[in-house]
Design a protein around this ligand. Structure first.
Ligand SMILES: NC(=O)c1ccc[n+]([C@@H]2O[C@H](COP(=O)([O-])OP(=O)(O)OC[C@H]3O[C@@H](n4cnc5c(N)ncnc54)[C@H](OP(=O)(O)O)[C@@H]3O)[C@@H](O)[C@H]2O)c1
Length: 238
């Protein structure tokens, strides 16, 4: 790969943690964030955990200044942080809508906005947004979540068209059901019903997602932009 610095939002657990560790093990300088203090518990100098709520624009700007001072502005940005707040639409509270949109969609805007200028200057960049098949096929109880993820698909395409001429690619990865805290609440019966509909017959693993992110960040993926690629064991097919 051509460049060195990568920034992963939501890296304290789950998919983001796997992505951060995977890149760090390959020698990249990785900064990973979450709203609370955390540790990767790994002896890797090139893997830094920082506390950053991506919905707080002042903190995002402070983070930019700090990264700049350390020569760590990202060449590769992975917008992974995301939350759910599931509720049937009829009962959905305003804050359940606002919180999900603010984290999943506006948080991605906040980070991409501050980091893209440096990518434009360098004439190189990779932005990879973690969306969801929920944003592509819909899911009952997730009007807020699927709206935020569907919006990221439009974000990805429009931004890809704007910055392609600067050698910056923008793509989305849409996981299906992946084994993380986000899906740990699923009851056994629900889990079995989900698996019945997955052609590959299993819930996904975090590295199923991180390997695709690694590919999209690589030189081999330099002619791929504006795309949303699912990692879902075949659950959603067009
Ligand atoms: N797991 C799945 O089946 C699945 C399926 C489709 C898509 N996805 C998407 O994949 C991404 C990762 O999901 P996951 O399952 O790994 O989730 P997870 O285990 O719940 O982890 C989410 C991460 O995001 C961080 N985070 C949340 N809000 C944040 C904020 N405002 N600022 C900074 N960090 C924040 C969390 O840390 P703190 O809570 O400490 O802030 C945590 O590190 C999400 O975008 C999710 O929508 C997951």
């Amino acid at each position: 790969m051509s460049r060195e610095n990568i920034f992963v939002s939501g890296a304290s657990r789950g998919i983001g943690k796997e992505i951060a560790i995977n890149f760090a093990k390959k020698g990249f300088n990785v900064v990973g964030t979450s709203r609370s203090d955390f540790d990767f518990n790994l002896d890797l100098d090139n893997l830094k955990p920082i506390k950053l709520d991506i919905t707080n624009r002042d903190d995002v700007h402070d983070c930019f200044d700090w990264l700049k001072s350390k020569n760590l502005l990202p060449d590769i940005l992975v917008n992974n942080a995301g939350i759910t707040s599931d509720q049937l639409f009829i009962r959905m509270k305003d804050e359940e809508w606002d919180n999900v949109i603010e984290t999943n969609l506006t948080g991605t805007f906040n980070l991409s906005k501050v980091f893209i200028k440096n990518m434009i200057k360098n004439k190189f960049g990779r932005i990879i947004n973690i969306t969801s098949i929920s944003g592509l096929m819909g899911n009952p109880g997730q009007v807020n979540y699927s709206s935020s993820k569907a919006a990221l698909t439009g974000f990805t395409k429009s931004l890809a068209k704007e910055v392609g001429s600067r050698n910056i690619t923008v793509n989305s990865v849409a996981p299906g059901y992946i084994e993380t805290d986000m899906t740990s609440f699923l009851e056994d019966e629900t889990r079995m019903n989900i698996i019945k509909n997955i052609p590959l017959g299993r819930i996904g693993k975090v590295d199923d997602v991180s390997e695709l992110v690694m590919f999209l960040a690589s030189d081999e993926a330099s002619y791929i932009t504006g795309q949303t690629i699912s990692v879902d064991g075949g659950l959603l097919m067009y």
